[in-house]
Design a protein around this ligand. Structure first.
Ligand SMILES: *Cc1c(COP(=O)(O)O)cnc(C)c1O
Length: 394
C-alpha cells in the first residue's frame, strides 16, 4: 500500500513515562485495537516497559492479547498480566472470561443477574472477577447512587468472605470478587462539575464501605483528569489511553510527544490553468495557473472527508505546506504544489506528523489536534479512523 502509519516507539515510551510521573500505577487502555494502532503493535512496547494491567473494550480483544503473549513467548507470564473489559460482555462469554481470568466490568442489574445466573448454572466453587462501574455524572454506564444499597444486597450473597459460612455450606458456593469500584469523569476541564462527580463517587464508595463490601481498588482518572489535576485524584490506578498515543487530553498542550506519522506518496503531478476545476463536483477552482499533486490517500484510509470544507487543510511536502484542494476522493487527494520546488512523483508526503525540509532543515508538524480542528472533530476520532491502514513500528 502507498499509505503507511509509523508508530514511534520511543515517543510512546516517553508519554508513558510522563503519565507515570503523575500516577505510577496505570491501567493501560488498549481498547478498540489500541485506538486503531493495533494491539499487536502497542502491547509489546507496553509489556517491555513493565505495564501489567490492561483495559480493552471487548472480550474478543483479549484473544489478540493472548496471541501477542504467545508470539513473545510470554504465555507463562500470563498470570502476571491483568486484563479488564470496559464495554459490555454478553452473558454467553462469561464462561470464557472465567476460564481465562478476565475481569469484567459490571454496570447494571440485568447484566449482573445474567452473569450470576450463568455462574450458578454452569459452575461451582468458582470466582467471577468484576469491576463495578458507578455513575458519577457521565450517565453512560454504571450504577446510580440510589441503586447501590440494592446492589450491596446482591453482592452479599456472593461475597468472598469471611471464613464463617464456609463450613456450614455443604454446597460449594460461587462467589464474586470485586476487583474495583470505579467511575469515569465526563468533563475534566470543568472543575465545578468534576468536583461534584468526585464527591458523588466518594459517597458511593462510602455506601460500599459502610456495608462492609470488600473490594481491592478505586480508580477514577482517565487522561484528562490525570493531566488537569495532577496527583489530586490519584486513587489506586489511572486508566490511560489517549495520552500514551500522543493525543493532548486538555484544551491546552501538556507536552506529550507525537506517536504517529501518517505518510503517503505523490503519484501524479499536473499543471492546470487559472479557473480550472479540480476533483468531483467542481468546487475546487484554482485562482491561478497551478501545479497540482495527486496524493495516494483518501477517505478509505480514514482521512476524514469533511476536512475539505475547512479551506485550510494541508499536508507536508518536503517539509512545506501543500494545501488540499477540491473534494477528497476514496483513495486520492489533490494538493497545491505551485510554490513547492523540487517535487517529483514518488516523493513521500506527511498527512499527520512531522517532516523536514531537505534544503533548509526546518521541520514542520501537523498534530492530531490540528487535523481534528480541520475535521471539526476530536483527536481520538482522527486516530481511530486510521485503524485500517498498514502500520510499522519505528
Ligand atoms: C477510554 C476510557 C479510558 C481512557 O481514556 P483516555 O482519555 O483515552 O485516557 C478510561 N476509562 C474509561 C472508562 C474509558 O472508556
Amino acid at each position: 500500500m502507498l499509505v503507511n502509519l509509523e508508530i514511534k516507539k520511543t515517543n510512546l515510551e516517553k508519554n508513558l513515562k510522563i503519565a507515570r510521573s503523575i500516577n505510577e500505577n496505570l491501567i493501560c487502555v488498549i481498547k478498540d485495537n489500541a485506538y486503531g494502532l493495533g494491539i499487536e503493535n502497542i502491547l509489546p512496547i507496553l509489556l517491555e516497559n513493565k505495564c501489567d494491567y490492561f483495559a480493552v473494550a471487548y472480550i474478543e480483544e483479549t484473544l489478540k492479547i493472548q496471541e501477542v503473549l504467545e508470539n513473545l513467548k510470554l504465555k507463562n507470564q500470563n498470570n502476571k498480566i491483568k486484563v479488564m473489559t470496559l464495554n459490555y460482555v454478553k452473558p454467553e462469554n462469561v464462561e470464557y472470561a472465567i476460564k481465562n481470568n478476565i475481569e469484567l466490568t459490571v454496570f447494571n442489574f440485568s447484566q449482573l443477574l445474567d452473569y450470576l445466573k450463568i455462574l450458578d448454572e454452569f459452575f461451582e466453587n468458582t470466582i467471577l472477577k468484576i469491576h463495578i462501574k458507578v455513575n458519577s455524572g457521565m450517565n453512560r454506564l454504571g450504577f446510580d447512587e440510589n441503586e447501590i444499597l440494592e446492589l450491596v444486597e446482591i453482592i452479599k450473597k456472593y461475597e468472598i468472605d469471611p471464613l464463617n459460612n464456609e463450613s456450614k455450606n455443604k454446597v460449594l458456593k460461587n462467589k464474586i470478587e470485586i476487583i474495583s469500584i470505579f467511575s469515569h469523569i465526563s468533563d475534566a476541564e470543568n472543575q465545578v462539575e468534576t468536583e461534584k462527580q468526585v464527591e458523588k463517587y466518594e459517597r458511593i464508595l462510602k455506601i460500599f464501605d459502610e456495608n462492609n463490601i470488600k473490594y481491592q481498588y478505586k480508580h477514577l482518572q482517565a487522561s484528562p483528569l490525570l493531566f488537569k489535576y495532577g496527583q489530586k485524584y490519584n486513587y489506586d490506578f489511572a486508566r490511560v489511553g489517549m495520552a500514551l498515543y500522543g493525543m493532548e487530553p486538555l484544551s491546552y498542550d501538556v507536552g506529550l510527544l507525537d506517536v504517529i506519522t501518517v505518510k503517503s506518496q505523490i503519484i501524479n503531478i499536473r499543471n492546470v490553468k487559472k479557473n480550472d476545476k479540480i476533483s468531483y463536483g467542481g468546487k475546487g477552482i484554482v485562482k491561478q495557473d497551478s501545479k497540482i499533486g495527486i496524493v495516494a490517500i483518501g477517505y478509505a484510509h480514514g482521512l476524514q472527508k469533511q476536512i475539505e470544507n475547512s479551506g485550510e487543510a494541508y499536508i507536508l511536502v518536503n517539509g512545506q505546506k501543500a494545501k488540499i484542494i477540491g473534494e477528497i476522493c476514496m483513495d486520492m487527494i489533490f494538493v497545491d504544489l505551485t510554490d513547492i520546488e523540487n517535487v517529483e512523483v514518488n516523493d513521500e508526503v506527511v498527512i499527520v506528523g512531522s517532516q523536514k525540509n531537505i534544503e533548509n532543515g526546518i521541520t514542520k508538524r501537523i498534530t492530531l489536534r490540528q487535523a481534528a480542528k480541520w475535521a471539526r472533530t476530536i483527536q481520538d476520532d482522527i486516530l481511530t479512523k486510521f485503524g485500517g491502514i498498514k502500520k510499522t513500528v519505528d
